[in-house]
Ligand binder design. Structure first.
Ligand SMILES: [Zn+2]
Ligand SMILES: [Zn+2]
Length: 368
């Protein structure tokens, strides 16, 4: 066992990657609560004390021909989830587990649920591709992360996190492409891709009742992390903003999120998110200046969990992915350019005026 894995295990036992993974000792039985939120939907709320997210909401939809489970929670709670599902499903059949996206608070319990009930487990193809990226990064010893601008210690932490996640992501998934429909007696749930939080993030929308099961795409209290991924033609922030506009066009009146309580007022929430990303784009642009490294730019952004250097390793990794997403958007908009300096990418302002960021965003808001 190498040093990384050893330190990884002790991290998971104690701090849980800085609150990213519930430590087993923090988890007690009786932390799952099921409540009916719609005629055909039961919300399964799984508490995760000690993590910054606090809890995860899963949704069990009663289909015409079986049951559909949206997301599967952390791996640490898979055993109790299986018990709870046995009670909720009764004599019916779990047809499908639909994973809104690849993150471990959504995918962690899927393999145990699959073993217990034998459903199809489905995830969007682009998030299945992210698993491949993680595997190739681990096999390549983190070369890809060095190229992105991570220093050695953070690279080791991220590789450890990837290895940890690959343990539960090695099962087979049936790909989703969007547009798939699941019929229940009360409605018709359609898969709507909403890339941005991850490249393959999906939501479920019931048009007639105007209800959106939003995953992490739209949350009531938190600004979803927007993560860069090195995928051909993928601009994470542009995709995310486009997904917000699409969501506004769908016009949900009720949103059932993965974290937090059900909410409405989608338009105001989207207004707020556009302003949030405008501010972040301005900060990123200001900290590029005559030339700055990725980590240097990230230090110039105000993060909701505090200063960049004070964040835990996985928060820093997510902050860097979010910084990259904003930089890529600024590069595509002609605000920032890159050059190489001693084997590292340097980001520099082109001189295009920062006030034009607002115009670019307004154009996206108008046209999607
Ligand atoms: Zn997520
Ligand atoms: Zn989540």
């Amino acid at each position: 066992m190498d040093r990384t894995i050893r330190s990884l295990r002790s991290t998971v036992r104690t701090a849980g990657f800085g609150g990213f993974i519930p430590s087993p000792s923090a988890y007690r039985r009786g932390m799952i609560r099921a409540e009916r939120v719609l005629e055909d939907v039961v919300r399964i709320r799984v508490e995760h004390p000690g993590t910054y997210i606090g809890h995860v909401n899963l949704y069990l939809i009663e289909l015409d021909d079986g049951r559909l489970l949206v997301d599967s929670g952390f791996r640490q709670t898979a055993g109790e989830l299986v018990e709870e599902l046995r009670r909720l499903i009764g004599g019916s059949r779990l047809e499908t587990v639909l994973l809104t996206h690849i993150h471990n608070d959504h995918t962690g319990g899927a393999s145990e649920v699959a073993t217990a009930f034998g459903p199809k487990v489905r995830m969007h193809q682009r998030d299945i591709d992210v698993i491949r990226f993680m595997r190739e990064t681990v096999e390549g010893g983190g070369r890809q992360l060095k190229a992105l601008g991570l220093d050695d210690s953070l690279r080791e932490e991220v590789l450890g996190f990837f290895r940890f996640n690959l343990q539960h992501l090695s099962m087979g998934y049936e790909p989703l492409i969007g547009g798939e429909e699941f019929r229940s007696r009360a409605g018709r749930w359609r898969v709507v891709p909403t890339p941005g939080h991850t490249p393959g993030h999906v939501t479920l929308f019931d048009e007639r009742r105007r209800v959106l099961i939003s995953g992490d795409h739209l949350l009531p209290n938190e600004t979803s992390n927007v993560s860069y991924y090195p995928m051909e033609g993928y601009d994470a922030l542009r995709s995310y903003l486009g997904s917000l506009v699409l969501t506004e066009e769908l016009g949900p009146e009720l949103v059932l999120p993965s974290h937090g309580e059900p909410f409405g007022n989608v338009r105001e929430r989207i207004d707020y998110l556009f302003l949030h990303h405008e501010k972040r784009l301005r900060e990123a642009l200001a900290s590029t200046g005559d030339g700055n490294s990725l980590m240097g730019v990230a230090r110039g952004i105000s993060w909701s969990r505090g200063r960049f250097d004070g964040l835990g390793p996985i928060d820093r990794w997510l902050a860097l992915l979010e910084t990259l997403a904003h930089l890529q958007f600024l590069i595509n908009g002609g605000f920032v350019e890159t050059r190489w300096d001693a084997g590292t990418v340097v980001y520099a302002a082109t001189g295009r005026d920062a006030s034009e960021i607002k115009e670019v965003l307004e154009e996206i808001r108008r046209r999607g």
